[in-house]
Design a protein around this ligand. Structure first.
Ligand code: GNR
Ligand code: NI
Length: 183
């Protein structure tokens, strides 16, 4: 497995539309494993392919033990409204409150191409909406009011110097999954 570099705000791939995955092969499963490893190393609860410089319509999430590789997802049901603070591994130290649906049902395929359906509420529902946005070039800062977005972007101008080439290189080291299992 390999730790992947995370593309940060300013990298054009974060704004691109992803491509449907059609081949459920070992290359896809290697990418999924690498994305989980990278997400855990960065202490994230989700990671979308564009964040590691890829165009596949693919995301991984692990929210409180609900762990999924999600390919070609579609939100088929949404209900209610919930406002809470979000962060993003592609914009370290930026924060903002975002309105999301409270409950969603997501239809997708797993890494083997088998259909899955995820019924989510709370943080998992929020994370899924955040990740699926990434697959369509959308970032949480896009939802902020003009003034709040402005303030976060001003902050980013100072922070981004730490990410040459808009790449965030994670430090290798002892990485553990939330359940404590050593990877
Ligand atoms: O790790 C993450 N935490 C988070 C917190 C609130 C709302 C969304 C998220 S997703 C984020 C990881 C990430 O950037 N995924 O794209
Ligand atoms: Ni994100």
């Amino acid at each position: 497995m390999s730790l992947l570099a995370i593309h940060t705000l300013g990298s054009p791939i974060l704004r691109e539309e992803t491509q449907l995955v059609t081949a459920f092969d070992d290359d896809l499963r290697t990418l999924i494993a690498d994305m989980f490893e990278t997400m855990y190393a960065a202490s994230g609860i989700g990671l979308a392919a564009p964040q590691v410089g890829r165009t596949e319509r693919l995301t991984v999430v692990d929210v409180e033990g609900a762990k999924y590789a999600i390919v070609n997802p579609e939100i088929v049901f949404r209900e209610g409204k919930d406002r809470a603070e979000e962060a993003c591994l592609s914009m370290p130290e930026l924060y903002g409150d975002v309105d999301r649906a409270k409950r969603v049902i997501v239809k997708a395929l797993d890494g083997e191409g088998k259909p899955i359906e995820i019924h989510a509420t709370g943080l998992l529902a929020r994370c899924l909406q955040h990740e699926i946005d990434h697959l369509h070039g959308k970032l949480f800062i896009d939802y902020l009011s003009y003034l709040k977005r402005r303030a976060q972007l001003v902050k980013w101008e100072e922070l981004r110097v730490e990410y040459p080439g808009n790449l965030r290189q994670l430090k290798a080291g002892a990485v553990t999954e939330p359940d404590g299992e050593t990877m």
